[in-house]
Design a protein around this ligand. Structure first.
Ligand code: IPD
Ligand code: CA
Ligand code: CA
Length: 265
């Protein structure tokens, strides 16, 4: 195994241990709100510290972009970290959340780990090396017909500027696909696209740490990801569409009529 990927796995498992221990008594966890409906717990912070500790021990000079502590360091190598994706689920004891760690070199994603500590499912990928769930190779689904596909999404529950455009897309997705799911942890949703559990996914207004690892997992599993026009700017725009290649194209066609001056890509 690639040594950088094994360091990322070690970091993700350490964070997963912290999260699992805390999940035994969620009532005890102190929760504060960074902004309206944007919760953070001491568990998010402890998990992030543990991850950065492991990464910096191995790579003291690499830069970090982490949800809770922000950007630090100056290097061609950047670790993009969401220590606990799905905090709202976690706080409620709703077992759908994950640790997400990606490494980019000069802006190109190289390694990805999404770890679901509840199910002990470890999704990993390195650029050019395929995507894995635990030791097993994973691939995106082969479904093609829209009325047979299951798509995942996330609701724009914090910012409402794109809610009408979102609901327009949602209406068309609901109408044309076999079903829409909102599990509540974007990084894990993307990993599930890579594993073929859902055929496609879209969400607006995400942050790089929600998407980086999941995006590499999807492409290494034979799928495609892009922004709302299918271009490669999703880490900048925060808007993402992903899926198996045939579904990806059809999801973009559903999204296209809803793009306007406000909702660009
Ligand atoms: C959130 C989850 C959720 C998505 C939100 C994210 P967090 O991450 O990924 O599914 O809809 O936009 O912010 O805050 O739990 O790390
Ligand atoms: Ca997140
Ligand atoms: Ca988070």
């Amino acid at each position: 195994m690639n040594p950088t990927l094994s360091i990322a796995i070690k970091a993700a498992r350490r964070a997963g241990g912290i999260i699992n221990r805390a999940s035994r008594d969620v009532e005890q966890i102190k929760v504060s709100a960074k902004r309206d409906k944007d919760f953070v717990t001491e568990v998010d912070k402890a998990a992030e510290e543990a991850i950065i500790g492991v990464l910096h021990e191995a790579y003291p000079n690499h830069a970090i972009l982490a949800e809770e502590s922000g950007a630090s360091g100056d290097s061609d190598y950047v670790w993009i970290i969401d220590p606990l994706d799905g905090t709202t689920n976690f706080i409620h004891g709703f077992p759908q959340y994950a640790v997400s760690i990606a490494q980019a070199h000069k802006g190109v994603l190289q390694h990805a780990v999404v770890y679901d500590p509840t199910r002990n499912e470890l999704f990993t990928a390195s650029k050019g090396g395929g995507a894995y769930l635990n030791e097993r190779r994973i691939r995106v689904s082969k479904r093609v017909k829209l009325n047979e596909v299951l798509v995942g999404t996330g609701f724009p529950f914090r910012y409402f500027e794109h809610v009408d455009a979102y609901l327009g897309i949602f209406r068309d997705m609901m109408h044309k696909t076999a079903g829409v799911r909102r599990p509540g942890a974007a990084a894990l949703d993307l990993a599930w696209v890579a594993a073929g559990r859902i055929d496609g996914f879209w969400e607006l207004g995400l942050s790089p740490w929600d998407m980086a690892a999941g995006a590499l997992l999807i492409t290494e599993a034979g799928g495609l990801v892009g922004d709302l026009r299918g271009e490669q700017n999703f880490l900048e725009t925060g808007n993402i569409v992903g899926g198996n290649p045939k579904v990806f194209v059809q999801l973009l066609q559903i999204v296209a009529p809803h793009l306007d001056a406000r909702l660009k890509a």
